[in-house]
Design a protein. Structure first.
Length: 235
């Protein structure tokens, strides 16, 4: 059972709040807006310079590619499940349930932040939209892009990998996060800060209270005791 690591929790919370307010408080978001605009316009210009790049961006923002991100996370999780005992496998399945519940709660709390803005493809004029350049179904715009839900879910998965499976799993999860979060930024459906300020700051504030306290272990143990099935264990 994880003990309450309050100093580390408060440090990560302070880091998340500092990150958020560095974006939220300055007029027009200060240097963050310049970074956001620069990243968007760089990739937006590339869409009409390379057809290969255009197709790649369209495909990686198709809903099928979102399914591939789930497959990637599931594959990493399944690798540990495969190498577990029957008791350990039951516990990992329950851990997955707790991870999903944590993601839903943290995401809903994140949307209580009084911030709403459109994606860069709807903010800027005279720009290129992949949906107008290609006939492939793709997500290239959002009426409310802050925070990045997709990025937040990937970050929560990454946090659970670090907490329960160690540094090697964490590194792989970070790569999964980068591979599957960046396409939304490249196509302009999200600003860079939707993910690397919005999603990250929410994860830094909410996730430590789950993983660096007895909460996640307690929920896993409680569900392990109460859910029907074989191979129950209590740790």
């Amino acid at each position: 059972m994880m003990k309450l690591r309050l100093p580390l929790i408060l440090f990560l919370n302070a880091l998340g709040l500092a990150l958020f307010f560095s974006w939220y408080l300055p007029e027009n978001h200060g240097f963050w807006f310049e970074l956001d605009a620069g990243i968007f316009h760089f990739f937006n210009a590339e869409l009409v310079k390379s057809h290969t790049f255009l197709v790649l961006v369209a495909i990686t923002n198709n809903r099928v590619f979102d399914g591939i991100s789930l497959l990637a996370m599931g594959s990493l999780f399944s690798w540990f499940w495969w190498h577990e005992t029957p008791h350990g496998r039951r516990r990992l399945v329950i851990m997955g349930v707790v991870m999903l519940l944590s993601a839903v709660v943290i995401n809903q709390l994140g949307h209580l932040i009084p911030v709403s803005h459109v994606s860069p493809t709807l903010y800027f004029t005279d720009i290129h939209r992949v949906s107008e350049l290609m006939h492939i179904p793709t997500k290239d715009a959002s009426k409310d892009s802050f925070p990045g839900d997709h990025g937040l879910m990937l970050l929560i998965f990454t946090g659970f990998m670090l907490r329960y499976f160690g540094k090697r799993a964490f590194v792989i999860a970070v790569l999964i996060f980068l591979i599957f979060a960046f396409p939304r930024i490249v196509i302009g459906a999200h600003w860079f800060t939707d993910v690397f300020v919005g999603s990250l700051s929410i994860a830094l504030v909410g996730l430590p209270w789950v993983l660096l306290s007895p909460l996640s272990d307690g929920l896993i143990n409680a569900l392990n005791r109460t859910l029907p099935g074989k191979n129950k264990t209590v740790r």
